[in-house]
Design a protein. Structure first.
Length: 258
């Protein structure tokens, strides 16, 4: 916090008594200050002299360079004049020589143009033939690969069908189930019967997804614990034993209906 200014403490306390006429004034008691004007003036004079000398040297250098540039320019212009004269002489000689060769050049150009046209046409026809031949070979190779793949797939389906039909009939009879469509190409409905002794016709079913490598179960009726279904899916997706999977799913439905 700043204190208030009191005149009685600032000026009156420092004012000398007025009783004597020879008392010293305040100006006499102030300390003398030396700003160094003389030294500053001398330094400025030295700087001015150095600057003038620098300007003078620069002016001389510019004059010398300008004079040298004019000398060089004159030499270049003279060289250019001489070269231009040589060029005119050579141009006259070239024109004479060009007139001599013009007729022969025109005939040679016509011959070369005809040869070039024939060569280009021949090369284009060869390239077209090679390209068509390559395309035919690639197409034939693709066709052969597809035919072989189709034949292999047909053989696999035929072998699988011969193996699956007896096994499927066995599980249908053994587990009292039937397989139906579920309204989609990649889904099947597995329907069980004879699950409850009091009502052999009562059905239980689940929808099986077969679109990917791993089987999926989408819906079950009646409801079965999802964790149990996931456990059975993990087993069948690992060992690929579909008959065992159908048997375990039947047990889950029996337990749920009891």
């Amino acid at each position: 916090m700043s204190s208030s200014f009191e005149p009685s403490l600032s000026t009156s306390g420092m004012r000398p008594p007025l009783s004597t006429a020879d008392a010293p004034s305040m100006a006499d008691q102030l300390p003398s200050i030396n700003f160094g004007f003389e030294d500053l003036r001398a330094r400025m004079a030295q700087f001015t002299a150095k600057f003038d000398s620098f300007i003078e040297r620069g002016r001389k250098q510019v004059l010398e360079e300008r004079n040298q540039f004019r000398v060089n320019l004159a030499e270049l212009q003279e060289d250019r004049r001489l070269k231009q004269k040589d060029i005119e002489i050579l141009s006259l000689k070239s024109q004479t020589h060009a007139q001599t060769l013009a007729k022969e050049s025109a005939e040679a150009a016509e011959i070369h143009s005809a040869i070039s046209t024939i060569t280009s046409q021949h090369a284009a026809r060869l390239a077209t033939r090679d390209r068509l031949k390559q395309q035919i070979d690639e197409t034939q190779k693709t066709i052969n690969q597809r035919l072989e793949a189709q034949r292999a797939h047909a053989r696999h389906l035929d072998a699988q069908a011969r193996l699956n039909v007896p096994e499927l009939e066995f599980w249908q009879d053994y587990l009292c189930l039937r397989i139906e469509g579920a309204g989609r190409e990649d889904r099947l409905r597995i329907v069980y019967t004879h699950l409850v002794e009091k009502d052999w016709e009562r059905e239980a079913w689940f929808e099986l997804g077969t679109g990917g490598r791993d089987y999926e179960v989408f819906r079950c009726r009646p409801k079965v614990e999802r964790s149990a279904v996931e456990a059975e899916l993990a087993v069948v997706n690992d060992d690929r034993d579909f008959g065992g999977f159908l048997k375990r799913m039947r047990k889950l439905f029996v337990a749920a209906m009891k």
